[in-house]
Design a protein around this ligand. Structure first.
Ligand code: ADP
Ligand code: F6P
Length: 471
C-alpha cells in the first residue's frame, strides 16, 4: 500500500491549535488524520543555522518532518516572494507587488532545498501531494533529482488570468514547473480556465477538453498532465454538531447576554487585504448612516487575528481598520451600544461555531478568495429551525456553490449595505429555503469528498496504485 506524503509550507504541528492556521492546515490535518502518512514542510521556526535534515515527530498516524528557515530564507522565500509577490498576484492586486529578483531566487532556492531533503525521506511508491503557492516548483526540483513518483498539486488560492500572471517576471518558468506535476487541482473551474488559457496563448502546449471544462488534459513543456477543479469543503456534520453543542456553552451565553437582544452580524478572517474587511466596515457604516432603524439594534463583530504581520501591506491594513473602527464607533456609539466589536485574536473552533450560530448574518466579502471556508462554516453552524443569512462576495470560490447566499459585489459598499439590511429583515421562510439549499451542497461537498476525489484522480494518473486506506 502506498503512503501519502503531504507537503505544505504551513504545518499544523501536534498539539498546536489550528486557530491561527487558515484553511489549508485545517483541511490537511483532517486528510492526514484519515489516511496517515508523512506531513513535510516548514516548522514555523526561523533559526540562524537551520539543521539541514528535517526534525521528525510522530503522533498517531501522522509522521511530521519539518525544516526551519534561515532569516534570509524567511524574508526572501516566505515574506517577499510568497506573500509579497505571489499572494497579491494571485489575488489580482498587481499594484501591491514589489518585484525583486533576489526574492525570486530565494523562492527557487528554498524549493530546491526542501526537495533535496524530501528525496531522502521518500519511498518509491509514495504518493506525494504538494499544497499551495509556496511550493509550485517543488515537483520540478524532485523530478530533477530522479523522483518518478506520482506527484499532485493543489492550489488553495485563485490562479490568475494569463494577462495578470504575465506581469510576473519568470511566469513562464513558474508554469513550466507547474507542469511537472501529474495532477494540478484548483478550487474552481475559473482557475482551470485561467491555466488552460495560459497554456494555449503563452506556451506551445495543447489542451484537451473544452474551454469551460472543469477537467482538462494538458501537454506542455514536454509533459502530459491533468488539471481539474476540486472545490474544498469542510467537515459539515462535525461543524454542525459543534455549533449545536456550543449553543448552550458559557461562552455563547455570555455573547448572547452581552448583546441584550441585538442582532449580531459576524465576520471572521485572517487579517488580510484580500478579505475586503475595510469595504465591509464601510458597508456597515453606510447601513447605520442610511437606515437609522438599525441604530441600537445591530452589533457587528469582526474577528481578525493578525496574519503575516511582518509584511508592510498587512501592517497598513491593520492601521486602516483601527481607524475605521474608531470612526464608526465614535460616530454612532451610544452609552449602552457599541456598534463595532473588533477583535485581533483567534478563537478555538468550538467557540467560533457557537458565535456563528448566534449570528443572524455571516458577512463574508473577500475581494478575491480561492474558496473561503468561513462561509461554509457559518452555514453549517446554523440552527435549522431559525437559520441566519450568509452575505457572500461573488469573488469567493464558495459563491460557485453557495447559491442560497445573498451574493454581493465586495467593491460596492452600498450594495453590501443593502444586502445587510435585507438579511437583517428577511422572513424565516426565505431564510430556511436559502439555508437548506446551501446545506444540501455542503452535505455532499465535504472535506472528505474533496480529499477522496482528488486522491482518486491522482491515483488514476499513470495506472492504478492503492493508497493506505482511510481510517
Ligand atoms: P484563509 O485560508 O485564506 O485563511 P479560509 O476562510 O478558507 O481563509 O479559512 C480560514 C480558516 O481559518 C477557517 O477554518 C476559519 O475557521 C479559521 N479562522 C479564521 N479566523 C479565525 C479566528 N479568528 N480564530 C480561529 N480560527 C479562525
Ligand atoms: O489558505 C491560504 C493560506 O495562504 C495558506 O497557504 C496558509 O497556510 C494560510 O493561508 C495562512 O497563511 P500563513 O501560512 O502565511 O500564515
Amino acid at each position: 500500500m502506498a503512503r501519502l506524503v503531504i507537503v505544505s509550507n504551513r504545518v499544523a504541528m501536534p498539539r498546536e491549535r489550528l486557530s491561527r492556521a487558515g484553511g489549508l492546515a485545517v483541511a490537511l490535518r483532517e486528510s492526514l488524520g484519515q489516511h496517515g502518512g508523512l506531513w513535510y514542510g516548514w516548522s514555523g521556526e526561523v533559526s540562524e543555522n537551520p539543521d539541514p535534515a528535517p526534525r521528525r515527530i510522530r503522533q498517531g498516524r501522522i509522521d511530521y518532518a519539518v525544516l526551519d528557515l534561515s532569516p534570509e530564507e524567511h524574508k526572501g522565500f516566505y515574506l517577499d516572494f510568497s506573500n509579497g509577490i505571489l499572494w497579491p498576484l494571485c489575488h489580482y492586486r498587481l499594484g501591491l507587488i514589489d518585484f525583486r529578483r533576489s526574492a525570486w531566487e530565494s523562492y527557487l532556492a528554498v524549493n530546491a532545498r526542501f526537495a533535496e531533503q524530501l528525496v531522502a525521506q521518500l519511498k518509491s511508491d509514495d504518493i506525494i501531494w504538494v499544497h499551495d503557492y509556496h511550493f509550485i516548483p517543488l515537483a520540478a526540483e524532485l523530478r530533477r533529482r530522479g523522483v518518478q513518483n506520482r506527484i499532485g498539486f493543489f492550489l488553495h488560492i485563485p490562479f490568475p488570468a494569463p494577462e495578470v500572471l504575465a506581469a510576473l517576471p519568470g511566469h513562464d518558468r513558474l508554469v513550466r514547473d507547474l507542469c511537472a506535476y501529474d495532477l494540478v487541482g484548483f478550487q474552481t473551474r475559473g482557475d482551470v480556465r485561467a491555466l488552460t488559457e495560459y497554456i494555449l496563448h503563452e506556451s506551445d502546449g495543447t489542451v484537451l477538453g473544452n474551454a469551460g471544462s472543469e477537467d482538462v488534459r494538458i501537454s506542455a513543456f514536454g509533459r502530459d498532465l491533468r488539471a481539474g477543479a476540486f472545490p474544498i469543503g469542510i467537515d459539515t456534520a462535525e461543524f454542525a454538531s459543534l455549533a449545536a453543542a456550543e449553543a448552550g456553552s458559557d461562552e455563547t451565553q455570555r455573547l448572547s447576554e452581552s448583546l441584550v437582544g441585538r442582532s449580531l452580524v459576524i465576520g471572521v478572517d485572517r487579517l488580510d487585504y484580500s478579505k475586503g474587511i475595510p469595504q465591509r466596515f464601510e458597508a456597515f457604516h453606510h447601513l447605520l448612516g442610511s437606515r437609522p432603524e438599525h441604530h441600537g439594534k445591530v452589533t457587528f463583530m469582526q474577528i481578525a487575528p493578525i496574519s503575516r504581520g511582518e509584511v508592510a501591506q498587512y501592517r497598513k491594513l491593520r492601521n486602516e481598520l483601527d481607524g475605521l473602527t474608531g470612526r464608526i464607533n465614535g460616530k454612532f456609539a451610544e452609552f449602552d451600544w457599541v456598534p463595532v466589536r473588533y477583535l485581533n485574536r483567534a478563537f478555538a473552533r468550538n467557540s467560533l461555531a457557537g458565535f456563528y450560530r448566534h449570528a443572524k448574518v455571516g458577512l463574508v466579502t473577500p475581494l478575491r478568495d480561492g474558496m473561503n471556508l468561513v462561509a461554509k462554516e457559518y452555514v453549517a453552524s446554523q440552527d435549522a429551525a431559525d437559520p441566519g443569512v450568509l452575505v457572500l462576495s461573488r469573488f469567493a470560490g464558495a459563491a460557485r456553490e453557495m447559491k442560497g447566499a445573498l451574493i454581493v459585489n465586495p467593491y460596492d459598499t452600498e450594495h453590501i449595505s443593502d444586502a445587510l439590511h435585507r438579511a437583517l429583515v428577511m422572513p424565516l421562510e426565505e431564510r430556511r429555503q436559502r439555508w437548506e439549499s446551501m446545506m444540501a451542497v455542503l452535505n455532499v461537498n465535504t472535506i472528505a469528498h474533496w480529499r477522496e476525489t482528488y486522491l482518486a484522480a491522482l491515483q488514476a494518473e499513470g495506472g492504478p496504485q492503492m493508497l493506505e486506506a482511510a481510517g
